[in-house]
Design a protein around this ligand. Structure first.
Ligand SMILES: [Zn+2]
Length: 442
């Protein structure tokens, strides 16, 4: 069925006029959205019809910061803050030393399955072992921006090797319809020094892509840059030309307020991860100042060793509640804006806003359905639909997921991935990892 109509109970489009059709129809041809309108507009259309009248249809969510292999560490980092260098080193890095390439595919498969199940259709990943990550993401059917992770930590030989591999990786993904290669310095200044950063910028320029980094988790870059250059990290990034490139910067907890206007006028997106900074007991990002300055914002879940869930609906809700709690007023961030952050906000951050992020003619059919027969919606006539999406339901209400016109989930069942098999392989990989570490430390 390449040319057909979806007839839905409610359609939330996220188009520039915030159209909600209830009930509505979507005409899809060869994976592309042709038309979205009230159901009456399609009366008499002689096309095959898919009846989703008991569902809400909306754009798929965009998770703008993940590390899919790290689901292997879920449960191993409790009690540590991964937002400090110390906590990350002790809880994660000491395990990473014992990783083997064959442990990666089941972890990526479980991560992709959890994202699909909870309504994410596109994600921005950053990690090592990208040669192991790519085949699984291809198989999953998801759309992704995959950043080749580079941690230097003073080892210039290792970073030179990683940069050469990153180049081959970017080359290999050229022209892929759903996957785009990115450059993934773990963190500027804190563990990637200026010479390495320059090479990373050159790579991003050559392959017309962006850089996916961590920034300002506890002030480490600012301390380094004040000491070495006599200015803040953001101002040093401006001097080095870094801010002229597309940047995806996870966390942004401790950016000095005076630097926010500089970020607002750059192709820079702050990826806020509410579950991560709240669970870690870290600083709260300067949300109101970021909004007022016009900094672009997207939402992410980060690794699920410190979250511990890929359900982006939870992070929309948590961010909305934190903002209201901090500002002592309801709707400090309107629910509609939270939904936009998790869809179009992520699409813009990845440079994909012409293709995904809303349901509009000409865009690819990346959409999800939520079951209106499930709990939380009633009374349907009473709740604002965006408020219901943020505060009343969750990712487990998602019933179907489509990317590029292909179903990845139908009525709660995976169409492409074998989730149970991946979980069994992940359990075996974790056991093997524990054995390797205890042998290594004997
Ligand atoms: Zn991260």
């Amino acid at each position: 069925m390449n040319d057909y109509l979806i007839l839905a109970g409610i359609i939330v489009t996220l188009d520039p006029d915030w159209h909600v059709y209830s009930p509505g129809g979507i005409h899809i041809r060869d994976g592309q959205i042709v038309r979205v309108a009230d159901i009456e507009a399609f009366e008499g259309e002689d096309l095959p019809k898919l009846d989703l009248s008991d569902c809400l249809v909306m754009p798929g969510l965009v998770n703008a910061h993940t590390h899919t292999p790290m689901v292997l560490f879920r449960g191993l980092a409790e009690g540590y803050s991964l937002l400090t260098l110390d906590g990350w080193y002790n809880a994660i890095r000491l395990w990473e030393l014992y990783l083997e390439p064959e442990m990666i595919p089941p972890a990526v498969a479980v991560s992709c399955a959890e994202m699909i199940r909870t309504g994410t259709t596109c994600f921005a990943d950053q990690y090592f072992y990208m040669d192991q990550v790519v085949p699984v993401v291809k198989e999953s059917g998801l759309r992704a921006a995959l950043a080749f992770g580079i941690v230097e930590l003073g080892d210039t030989d290792a970073s030179a090797r990683a940069l050469a591999e990153a180049e081959a990786f970017l080359q290999g993904l050229q022209g892929h319809s759903r996957l785009k290669g990115w450059v993934g310095p773990h963190a500027f200044f804190a563990d990637n020094l200026p010479e390495t950063i320059q090479t990373e910028l050159d790579l991003a320029d050559r392959f017309e892509t962006g850089l996916h980094i961590h920034l300002s988790t506890h002030g480490e870059e600012d301390n380094f840059c004040q000491e070495h250059f006599g200015r803040s990290a953001v101002q040093q990034m401006k001097v080095m030309g870094i801010l002229e490139r597309r940047l995806l910067a996870a966390h942004c907890l401790t950016i000095p307020p005076e630097d926010l206007p500089t970020l607002a006028e750059s192709p820079f997106t702050a990826v806020i991860v509410p579950s991560s900074f709240t669970r870690a007991g870290a600083s709260t990002p300067p949300l109101r100042a970021m909004f007022d300055a016009g900094v672009k914002i997207a939402l992410g879940t980060d690794n699920v060793a410190n979250n511990n869930s890929y359900d982006l609906f939870q992070d929309m809700r948590l961010l909305g509640k934190i903002a209201s709690f901090l500002e002592h007023k309801p709707e400090a961030i309107p629910a509609r804006q939270l939904v936009e952050m998790a869809t179009l906000g992520g699409a813009r951050a990845l440079g994909l806003e012409d293709q995904i992020g809303s349901l509009e003619p000409g865009k690819r059919a990346d959409l999800i359905t939520l079951d209106l027969n499930e709990i939380g919606w009633a009374p349907l006539g009473g709740q604002d639909v965006y408020t219901a999406l943020v505060y009343s339901v969750s990712g487990m209400h998602v019933r179907d997921v489509m990317v590029d016109g292909r179903w990845l989930l139908r009525e709660g069942q995976f169409e492409k991935l074998d989730y149970r098999a991946a979980c069994a392989e992940l359990d075996a990989a974790l056991e093997h990892l524990r054995d390797r570490r205890s042998e290594g430390e004997e």
